[in-house]
Design a protein around this ligand. Structure first.
Ligand code: HEC
Length: 501
């Protein structure tokens, strides 16, 4: 059974589900970890009150090794290395700023009093507050080196892992040369030459030129629509908002420091015969980089036999019509600020700050043709907005039936809270669980999934200011739903898992 309840039913009513609106740059990766592969434990250090005792080798180096060096290494994606004492000393005050503002390491999922996910996340990159305090105290104490023999004994982290039992490796025929000085989004068509339904169980992206590849997303194109978009015969085309096809499904993503996406051995994503893959690469130029040529590779591991569980990527949200019945269930916008008397609309007025758009999707009880909804589990989740967006929350309100049959369940469950959205660091957050799929967060028929997005449509928003500047626009404009850089979205990504019958 191929389950496709969200996109199809919503599109059928003219609402803009993501499949209809197009997918924007959007990272999917169950295991998209940060660079942390080291097994170095956090140091046992004195309280920050005794900062005189804090040294680089004893206290700061273990934090850098575990949380920073996968990217901040010569030849890595970060613009400078943080490998040696000299590296760290010269960047000490920037490190304090970047870590206290939680801009670094790049990680968006933080709990809030009104939204604390019930499950933790795999490969959590967050620095503990005590590590942030250690870096600050070390800098305030004059960034002392200390004794090199106190340095962590373990090997430095490797830049990235490798996908085990690789089945296929796909690379564009020709390389791409980044000549622009602004960020570029390029789509590459890859043909896996699949002749019968195949199940993807793992994937990984190998950046050809890690100094300019900021992140990469891979979409399935089952109807081979992308071929018509690569008009110059090169199997490549420019693409900002998404791959430009009618119903893209997001298969994989990679950001610097990621480990391979490894689904559990009994889980696979179905890929139909003839499907093409579209790899969208986000290129980020640096003034100091001289080699601007890239040829990035997508690696896949397939299963030999159909798995016990199917993993289904669904993108839900981007509604621009009020909540209404869309054929047996409800979906749409909830009332919010600045709505006209006629009802909710998706519109972020120019110069508004803290404007919100909230949408709801009521999980249907059947998946078309009257087939009852199977038990659905959530493996990973992601949010997506563009440059005007600043925050997202994804929550679910469970039905009374669900609560009666699910011991310990809470009526209102927080799935993801992203208080400081950063377009440049998108990813899926995979939940921690004990290896039993049934212990992942569950979704039941009639549950109300809600996605709330907050926007800053003023010049105080640095990504928006930069984007307006690039377009030689002096002032913000009213922003509506759409695919281009100055349009917005409010979208959730969900990797659902269900047991095959
Ligand atoms: C996943 C890769 C990655 C990890 C992990 C990472 N960085 Fe960065 N860092 C970058 C990149 C890339 C930049 C360049 C700015 C950007 O693209 O956001 C950067 C920029 C910085 C800057 C410059 C400030 C700025 O905003 O431009 C500092 C300081 C910094 N990182 C410190 C750290 C520290 C300290 C850690 C670990 C606690 C860390 N980073 C972990 C990739 C990473």
């Amino acid at each position: 059974m191929r389950l496709r309840f969200a996109a199809n039913s919503v599109r059928a009513t003219g609402l803009r589900a993501l499949a209809a609106a197009g997918v924007a740059a959007f990272a999917f990766a169950g295991n998209l970890a940060g660079c942390s592969t080291g097994s170095v434990a956090s140091p046992n250090y004195e309280s920050t009150g005794t900062s005189a005792a804090i040294t680089f080798h004893k206290d700061v180096e273990p934090i850098l090794q575990k949380n920073c060096q996968g990217c901040h290494v010569t030849g890595g994606i970060a613009p400078f290395a943080l490998m040696t004492y000299a590296d760290a000393k010269s960047a000490a005050s920037e490190m304090v700023t970047a870590t206290t503002t939680r801009e670094m390491p790049p990680w968006g999922a933080y709990s809030a009093p009104d939204c604390t996910p019930t499950h933790g996340f795999q490969d959590d990159l967050r620095l503990a507050q005590k590590d942030i305090d250690t870096i600050s105290a070390w800098q305030a104490a004059g960034a002392p080196e200390g004794n090199p023999s106190d340095a962590p004994k373990g090997p430095p982290p490797t830049k990235a892992g490798a996908l085990a039992n690789l089945s296929q490796s796909l690379t564009p025929d020709t390389s791409y040369n980044l000549t622009a000085s602004t960020d570029q989004f390029r789509c590459f068509i890859l043909d896996p030459k699949i002749t019968k339904t195949t199940y993807m169980n793992g994937s990984f992206v190998i950046a050809g030129n890690p100094q300019i590849v900021h992140h990469a997303l891979v979409f399935a194109d089952p109807n081979r629509e992308s071929l018509a978009l690569a008009t110059d015969g090169s199997n490549q085309y420019d693409c900002f908002g998404g791959p430009g096809i009618s119903s893209p499904s997001l298969m994989a993503a990679w950001a610097p420091g990621a480990v391979p996406q490894d689904f559990p051995s009994d889980v696979g994503m179905a890929i139909s015969p003839g499907t093409l893959f579209i790899m969208q690469v986000h290129y980020h130029p640096h003034a100091t980089v001289t080699n601007t040529s890239d040829q990035t590779t997508f690696q896949i591991r397939y299963l030999d036999a159909p798995p016990a569980y199917t993993l289904l990527p669904e993108l839900i949200g981007n509604f621009d019509q009020p909540l209404s019945d869309v054929g047996g269930f409800k979906a749409g916008l909830l009332p919010g600020p600045d709505d006209p008397p006629s009802g909710p609309e998706f519109m972020i007025p120019a110069n508004s700050k803290g404007h919100t758009e909230e949408m709801e999707f009521d999980v249907p009880s059947s998946v078309g043709g009257g087939v009852p909804l199977p038990d659905l589990y959530l493996y990973s989740v992601a949010s997506h907005v563009h440059y005007v967006g600043t925050e997202q929350q994804i929550t679910i309100e469970h039905t009374a039936d669900f609560l009666a049959t699910t011991p310990g369940a809470q009526k209102d469950e927080c799935l993801l809270n992203v208080p400081a959205w950063n377009f440049n660091w998108q990813r899926f957050y995979a939940y921690q669980y004990d290896g039993t799929i049934e212990h992942l967060p569950r979704i039941g028929p009639g549950d109300k999934l809600r996605i709330k997005c907050t926007y800053d449509n003023t010049l105080d928003n640095p990504l928006l200011a930069e984007s307006l500047h690039e377009r030689q626009m002096a002032q913000p404009v009213d922003v509506r739903l759409g695919e281009t850089t100055l349009d917005e979205m409010c979208l959730g990504g969900f990797a659902l898992v269900y047991k095959n019958q």
